[in-house]
Write a protein that binds this ligand. Sequence first.
Ligand code: PBE
Length: 266
Amino acid sequence: PAEADAVEGSISAITGIDPGAGIMTATENAIEAYGLQVGLIEASDAAMTAELDAAIQNEEWIIVTGWSPHWKFAAHDLKYLEDPEEVYGGEESITTIARLGLEEDHPAVFELLENFHWTDDEIGAVMDMNAQDSDFEANADLWIEENRDLVDGWIPEGLEGNGEKIEILLVEWECALASSNVVAAILREAGFEVSLTSVDAGVMWSSIAEGDADFMTTAWLPGTHASYIEQYGDDIVEVRTNYEGARIGLVVPSYVPFDSIEDINN
Ligand code: PBE
């Protein structure tokens, strides 16, 4: 892949994330729609935020594929570039998706998923803990302890496991790490044997559609994962929106002296 040549005053590439992410397809579309003379580097959420940190340390220009909720907005002074062509769409919701049959097999688990939803501050607190210390399991346990009333409100009567296996999939996006570790911790506490497996976005969707895994908490709709819902929509269950007001786009440090995607090459 091309190097991120983020020298002050010029941008030769946008720092992206994993190729299965919807924001990568959207960014390819943006490069086309705006006729941008830039590459798009494949990386991961963690690698992208490391590049962003390094660029900001040196006050260099950098453009990343960015989204909220994400702790990078709490850690740095950032802005979304305007998108007059609306390539990145509007407000998104994060939705919990289950395999067909989960409701019949584990009604109380399904009911927990129907109840699970949280605010920007709530997911933000977990993401902040995860940004400080990557023991995601311990952070989820601690956050649950500190938010017992909220969490108890999600737990349906009869949520009780006897070591039954529940398989959760995620992609290592910060928002997904936060939500899936919290739900996993609730299920472990209730007596289920939970596995949490990181995969590519495409595998996450296809595995749930094929019934090889039970659920995920990180479908971005209606825009970011539109192609996945088109492909797999008949073979999955949309359980509920767990977060409202999500957004994707191109993000830069506030000191970068342009405000619109149109101006990237000017
Ligand atoms: N994201 C974060 C994902 C969904 C969660 C916006 C990077 C994407 O598919 O683009």
